[in-house]
Design a binder for this molecule. Structure first.
Ligand code: SAM
Length: 327
């Protein structure tokens, strides 16, 4: 049985009076208790007596089995789907036997599409918003439509599912209690270095999307701006056939990306450790002075070791500072 088959085998689907269907399913709630809930929220495609509804629907980032049962139900029952690329979404819908009409909504036409879409929502139509992969609005179009729908008093409902950032974070081995999603860094090196310099003191785990052909240069810029010893991980082709995770320091990953052409094949998420609390605390002036003096005569490792003994500061912190001072 496929993963999808297993996923759907617990469902009980029964026809209801208005031509729709009710789906009973089991869900795990936060308490981990097993509960049964009836989904009777499927929208009538059009109902002039009801306010319309906008559904923001997450779709797979590579593995079709990750399209949720709710997402399938909603995509199959709305009057219209606004999609980043209609051809791409049509293939997804075909895989699930869904024939809902599509309209394109991408960064170049979003402004022009808002009014007609909001008018349809105001006439009582249910509309779904999807992007090519993952969660709409996450480095993807849709913000304008969500804002316009909310401003028009339309109910906006999330249908959650995959997003590459959280998928990569969950297996990064880096702290997940606080994180910052940075999306795509600027493509040009000077602008990119400026953004990275602003992130130097950021204590939260950092998540970046990146184009594969820029991987090596971006890792080198990160190593230079954030520190060669910062821990990081790269999630490549997540949920797909060639899914691979790479772990190491920024310097190690930069070096590996130059040697291993596979590393920059496919889609990538880079997750970088934040500055740890210990490291973000400014050194006392004395420790910095001691370190600078020792560095005049000694290599970084030895200078850091001696400075740690003299000042009581952490050796690893002093070493990182020594490496910075030597640049
Ligand atoms: N909305 C999507 C989401 O929720 O993740 C992101 C769209 S953004 C235009 C595309 C970027 O997401 C890619 O360049 C890559 O950085 C990341 N991405 C998407 N799918 C991925 C996958 N399967 N594995 C790794 N990264 C992925």
């Amino acid at each position: 049985m496929t993963a999808l088959g297993r996923l759907t085998s617990g469902l009980r689907v029964k026809p209801v009076g208005n031509g729709g269907i009710d789906v009973e399913y089991s869900a795990i709630v936060f308490s981990q208790a097993r509960v049964t809930r009836t989904v009777s929220e499927l929208p009538p495609a059009t109902d002039p007596d009801l306010p319309g509804a906008l559904y923001v629907v997450a779709t797979p980032i590579g593995n079709l089995a990750d399209l949720s049962t709710r997402a399938r139900e909603i995509l199959g029952s709305v009057a219209l789907i606004a999609a980043e690329d209609t051809r791409h979404t049509r293939s997804l819908l075909q895989a699930f036997g869904i024939a809902t009409p599509l309209v394109s909504l991408h960064e170049h036409n979003e402004a022009a599409r808002l009014r007609p879409l909001v008018e349809r929502l105001q006439r009582g139509e249910a509309v779904a918003l999807v992007s090519d992969a993952g969660t709409p609005l996450v480095s993807d179009p849709g913000f304008g439509l969500v804002r316009a729908a909310l401003d028009a008093g339309i109910k906006v409902t999330p249908i959650p599912g995959p997003t590459a950032a959280i998928t990569a974070l969950s297996v990064s081995g880096l702290p997940t209690d606080r994180f910052a999603f940075e999306g795509f860094l600027p493509a040009k090196s000077v602008a990119r270095k400026n953004v990275l310099a602003e992130l130097l003191q950021e204590a939260r785990t950092l998540i970046f999307y990146e184009a594969p052909h820029r991987l090596s240069e971006v890792l080198l810029d990160m190593a230079e701006a954030l520190g060669a010893e910062r821990r990081a991980s790269i999630g490549r082709e997540l949920t797909k056939r060639f899914e691979t995770m790479y772990y190491g320091t920024l310097a190690e990953l930069a070096e590996r990306s130059k040697q291993d052409p596979d590393m920059s094949r496919g889609e990538l998420v880079i997750v970088v450790a934040g500055l740890t609390a210990a490291r973000s605390a400014p050194l006392s002036i004395d420790a910095d002075k001691v370190l600078r003096t020792l560095l005049e005569e000694l290599p970084a490792a030895q200078a850091a070791k001696l400075a740690a003994r003299i000042t009581g500061e952490k050796r690893s912190v002093l070493y990182e500072r020594a490496v910075q001072l030597q640049k």
